[in-house]
Ligand binder design. Structure first.
Ligand code: HEC
Length: 149
C-alpha cells in the first residue's frame, strides 16, 4: 500500500512538471526571436509566419474589444492614428491606409504587436496571448479593407 502511494505521488509530481515545462518553452516561440523582429521596410522571416487563427466574426469581435481597450487611445477609435495618446514622441500609425512601415502581412503585423517597435509602440507579449494578438491582426485587417475599396 505504501509503495503504491509513493508511486502515485511520483506520478503526480511528474505530471505537474511536464505542462509547466511545455508552457515556458511553447507560448512565446512564435515571434520573440530576433529573426522575426519588426523591421522598417518589412521582415520576410516574419511574413512567413501564417496566422493559426481564422478571421471568423468571433475573432474579429474579440480583436475589436482588445483594440478599444489598449490601442484606440493612440491609433484612434477608427484606426486612423488620431487617438493622440502617444507620449514618447512617436506618431501612431494610420492602420486604415493599407500602407505599412513594418510590412503588411499577417506575420509582420503580429510581430509589431508582439515585440513592439518604440517607446510608444510597446510589445504586448506580456499582456496578451498569441491568440489575442492574432485576433487583433484579424480586426486590423478589417480596418484597412474598408479604406482600400
Ligand atoms: C502609446 C501609443 C500607442 C499604443 C497604446 C499603441 N500603439 Fe501601435 N503604434 C504607435 C506608434 C507611435 C507607432 C509607430 C511606431 C514606429 O514607427 O516605430 C505604432 C505602430 C503600430 C503598427 C505598425 C504599423 C505599420 O505601419 O507598420 C501597428 C500594426 C500597431 N501600432 C498596432 C497597435 C495595436 C494593435 C495596439 C494595441 C494592442 C497598439 N498599436 C497600441 C503607438 C501606439
Amino acid at each position: 500500500m505504501l509503495r503504491l502511494l509513493s508511486g502515485v505521488i511520483a506520478l503526480a509530481l511528474l505530471a505537474s512538471a511536464v505542462p509547466s515545462a511545455a508552457q515556458s518553452g511553447g507560448s512565446d516561440a512564435q515571434s520573440s526571436s530576433p529573426a522575426t523582429a519588426p523591421r522598417r521596410g518589412g521582415n520576410p522571416a516574419a511574413a512567413r509566419i501564417s496566422s493559426p487563427v481564422a478571421a471568423t466574426p468571433e475573432s474579429v469581435a474579440s480583436g475589436r474589444r482588445t483594440y478599444r481597450r489598449l490601442c484606440a487611445l493612440c491609433h484612434g477609435a477608427e484606426g486612423k492614428g488620431d487617438g493622440g495618446g502617444a507620449g514618447g514622441g512617436g506618431v501612431p500609425a494610420d492602420l486604415t491606409a493599407g500602407k505599412w512601415t513594418y510590412g503588411g502581412s499577417d506575420g509582420e503585423i503580429f510581430a509589431v504587436i508582439h515585440d513592439g517597435t518604440s517607446a510608444d509602440m510597446q510589445g504586448y507579449s506580456d499582456q496578451l496571448s498569441d491568440t489575442d494578438i492574432w485576433n487583433l491582426v484579424n480586426y486590423i485587417r478589417t480596418l484597412s479593407a474598408h479604406s482600400a475599396h
